[in-house]
Design a protein around this ligand. Structure first.
Ligand SMILES: C=C1C[C@]23C[C@@]1(O)CC[C@H]2[C@@]12CC[C@H](O)[C@@](C)(C(=O)O1)[C@H]2[C@@H]3C(=O)O
Ligand SMILES: O=C(O)CCC(=O)C(=O)O
Ligand SMILES: [Fe+2]
Length: 327
């Protein structure tokens, strides 16, 4: 990515008072190999909508191979990378996020998990890229389904696969994203924070994020304050998405998060967004209603996505689907 000059930096969002990174020790950690995992998952989703997973079973080899291929892709000259773009809706993009004017200090690849992409533009060994990407996605999908099944058990839902079946469906609208945030030394020198990826919630059911050891990810707590997530390249971070918020009738809330660019080191993150089939009705599960009314109007994932994709990153997208309580 080209270096910043005043004209280019003006396009980005800043947090002008420099917020030093103090890592939070509050982030819940779930060891998937322990019997209390399901209870801890439910507690973390209720309190934070976010947790870290260790002993996840995704082979470190699959992780490092994908990281290697992704870094190779992002280190190519811009004109080569642009052959895989623009992201309409899938492919290579930079700076611009979505189609409503959001910008960030980021370049990325956006892919659909169950669709064949034309990989010929993805670096100089596209077959290798495709292979390591598919192996990684299969492994991560399996782990995500395990987490969703533990979640269903923890919520005492009889049908253990109530969430995971949506990701296993051949029509599942799941996507995959690799984000690259180049280091921005000018910022470190100026003492300012630059937005890599602006604050938002993820619209899907669940997101699984893995990054290199560069900091930047922050989550918002229920009181609106922001905490920095200590990076850990061996672990996964799980986000509750808007659709899971609806399916649990608000018992779990999607987590607002953002990424700040780093002054010294580039950040590379890869995120699997587990989504349902487009025709799936997103509504609270009857067993979680306990006689209460649904907080949301009925909608399909197709309808939610349609309304979501015209919005700005920071918008509260579920607001449009909330039921106004009768007085
Ligand atoms: C501004 C936008 C980018 C986004 C689509 C949207 O209109 C609002 C949601 C954004 C988001 C956040 C999570 C994922 O990164 C993403 C792929 C998604 O499903 O919703 C992005 C969308 C995007 O980058 O196109
Ligand atoms: O890159 C990251 O660490 C998070 C990005 C993110 O939140 C997203 O792509 O939705
Ligand atoms: Fe996100």
């Amino acid at each position: 990515m080209v270096l910043l000059n005043k004209a280019t930096t003006e396009q980005y969002s800043y947090i002008t008072t420099y917020i030093p990174t103090t890592f939070s020790s509050m982030i819940p950690v779930v060891d998937l190999s322990k019997p209390d995992a399901k209870t801890l998952i439910v507690k973390a989703c209720e309190e934070f909508g976010f947790f870290k997973v260790i002993n996840h079973g995704v082979p470190m080899e699959a992780i490092s191979q994908l990281e290697y291929e992704a870094l190779k892709f992002f280190s190519m000259p811009l004109n080569e990378k642009e052959k895989a773009g623009p992201p309409n809706p899938f492919g290579y993009g930079r700076r611009s996020i979505g189609h409503s004017g959001d910008v960030g200090w980021v370049e990325y690849l956006l892919l659909k998990t169950n669709q064949e992409h034309n990989f010929s533009a993805y670096g100089n060994n596209p077959e290798k890229f495709r292979y390591v990407l598919n192996s990684y996605i299969s492994s991560v999908r399996k782990m995500t389904c395990e987490i969703l099944e533990l979640m269903a058990e923890g919520l005492k839902i009889q049908q253990k696969n109530v969430f995971s079946k949506l990701l296993m469906d051949k029509q599942s609208d799941s996507i995959f994203r690799v984000n690259h945030y180049p280091a921005c030394p000018e910022l470190a020198a100026k003492g300012e924070n630059l937005i890599g990826f602006g604050e938002h919630t993820d619209p899907q059911i669940i997101s699984l994020l893995r990054s290199n050891n560069t900091s930047g990810l922050q989550i918002s707590l229920r009181d609106g304050s922001w905490i920095s997530v200590p990076p850990d390249h061996r672990s996964f971070f799980i986000n509750v998405g808007d659709s899971l918020q609806v399916m649990t009738n608000g018992r779990f809330q999607s987590v607002r998060h953002r990424v700040l660019a780093n002054g010294i080191k580039a950040r590379l993150s890869m995120i699997y967004f587990g989504g349902p089939p487009l025709s799936e009705k997103i509504a609270p599960l009857p067993s979680l209603m306990k006689g209460k009314e649904s907080l949301y109007k009925e909608f399909t994932w197709f309808e939610y996505k349609n309304s979501t994709y015209g919005s700005r990153l920071a918008d509260n997208r579920l607001g449009h689907f909330e039921r106004i309580a009768a007085s």
